[in-house]
Ligand binder design. Structure first.
Ligand code: HEM
Length: 399
């Protein structure tokens, strides 16, 4: 295949900054998206098991609603964090993204509705479990299946976008144009690997959960030990399953001895060792998990980048039309509003979790109070600058 047409289809305005920066941001933000995809699927999946055990088991009675809550919050985070890689991939790989949306138009629409139905059902599951309804595992299972289906649709886009040589065959099989938008293509090993990662992710989360709660007096030592052991088992078994699937995937694609893949395998081995040492501080394990997630994200991008350069579409040759004001606005937002806001929410969540009473009063913590007010002030200044700048640009260009 010759990429002349793809190169001609690139945005004539070019990209506003160096493509490598968008590529790095794509890798970073997809890893964040994946982290919450895996935590939500893992926590929800485990909660389904817990929902069947909680009647007769005191530990599962405490853990199950906590898992449901974790999954519920993670779905909202995975949606928010999915937008960023979507935007970055559209900037540098726009022909790929739009072709897949044309080939699979029905699935693009289905995705949105499936996500809405799946997430609404998740809330139904949450309330049904809270009310002790016997139907809650069934409702939860349907919601879980719909959310996994959403992941399969996303996987379809990812798989289609890295096979440009097949696009014509899919668009017009035997020369007859197929306008149905029903194209659905999958790579079962890659999908199984992605979904299997939910097991070690929830395992490591449980280790963190156990360490976090160990300082609270209202959770018994036996519950802390139960969650730690469960986390360690799930982390170790899950990592072995994922590592085997990853190796099969890489072997099939001839990438097993690629330096990036070797680095990923080595970091997984390190992670496995850290997970097995359950007496150690598990927050360090999460740090290594972050590195592994970034490496997996980089491997995905490496596969796409090398396939596309192979046919003559190189993102590094994308015309650059430096747009400094937009970049400055983006970076200032990212650093000041983003870092302060996330620091406040994370610190607040930490303190609330450590609090043993029903109400946590942030006003009694001067540092946190200051951080909260700083976030509000930065947000207000940001909104004023954002709209003023927008109006200025609009009128400068039109009047
Ligand atoms: C429950 C909902 C979701 C699940 C389970 C899910 C899962 C996944 C999975 C497994 C992949 C990797 C596919 C692969 O590499 O083979 C993926 C990729 C991706 N997801 Fe999601 N996702 C969900 C929702 C979303 C949402 C709401 C967005 C955007 C708003 C989003 C944006 C993306 C993007 C941009 C990619 C990369 C696509 C590519 O490389 O071509 N996802 N998602």
């Amino acid at each position: 295949m010759d990429a002349t047409i793809l190169n001609a289809l690139r945005d004539p305005a070019g990209v506003p900054f160096y493509p490598v920066v968008f590529q790095a941001l794509y890798i970073l933000t997809w890893a964040l998206h994946a982290a919450f995809v895996l935590l939500s699927l893992g926590a929800m999946g485990l909660s389904l098991y817990g929902a069947t055990k909680q009647r007769n088991d005191a530990n599962w009675k405490i853990l199950t609603p906590h898992l449901i809550q974790t999954g519920k919050l993670s779905v909202s985070l995975l949606i928010v964090l999915g937008v960023a890689p979507l935007l970055f991939t559209q900037v540098i790989y726009d022909p790929n993204w739009y072709v897949t949306n044309t080939l699979s138009g029905i699935w693009v629409f289905a995705f949105i509705y499936a996500l809405i139905v799946g997430y609404v059902m998740y809330y139904w599951y949450y309330y049904a479990n809270k009310a002790g309804k016997a139907s809650s595992p069934l409702i939860g299972f349907v919601s879980f299946a719909i959310l996994v289906f959403c992941g399969a649709i996303m996987h379809n886009f990812a798989v289609e976008s890295i096979q440009p040589t097949k696009w014509m065959e899919w668009y017009a099989p035997n020369g007859v144009i197929d306008m149905s938008g029903l194209n659905f293509h999958y790579d079962i090993i890659r999908l199984a690997f992605m979904v299997s990662l939910a097991i070690p992710v929830v395992g490591i989360f449980l280790q963190n959960y156990s360490d976090f709660l160990s300082s609270r007096k209202d959770f018994s030592a036996s519950y802390i030990a139960f969650t730690k052991n469960l986390g360690t088992k799930m982390g170790m078994i899950g990592l072995v399953i994922s590592a085997v699937l990853f190796a099969v995937w890489m072997l099939r694609d001839g990438l097993l001895f690629n330096p990036l893949v070797i680095a990923t395998v080595l970091s997984v081995v390190l992670l496995l060792w850290m997970v097995s040492r359950s007496d150690r501080n598990s927050y360090m394990t999460t740090g290594v998990l972050v590195v592994v997630a970034l490496l997996i994200s980089a491997v995905r991008e490496y596969i796409k980048y090398s396939l596309m350069t192979g046919i003559g579409y190189d993102i590094y040759n994308y015309p650059v039309n430096l747009e400094i004001p937009s970049i400055v606005m983006f970076l200032l937002t990212f650093v000041f509003l983003g870092f302060t806001g996330v620091a406040f929410i994370a610190a607040m969540a930490w303190q609330v979790g450590k609090n043993e009473g029903l109400v946590y009063d942030c006003d009694k913590n001067p540092a946190l109070r200051k951080l909260g007010f700083s976030t509000l002030w930065i947000l207000m200044v940001w909104m004023a600058v954002y709209f003023a700048w927008g109006m200025f640009t609009l009128f400068k260009n039109t009047l």
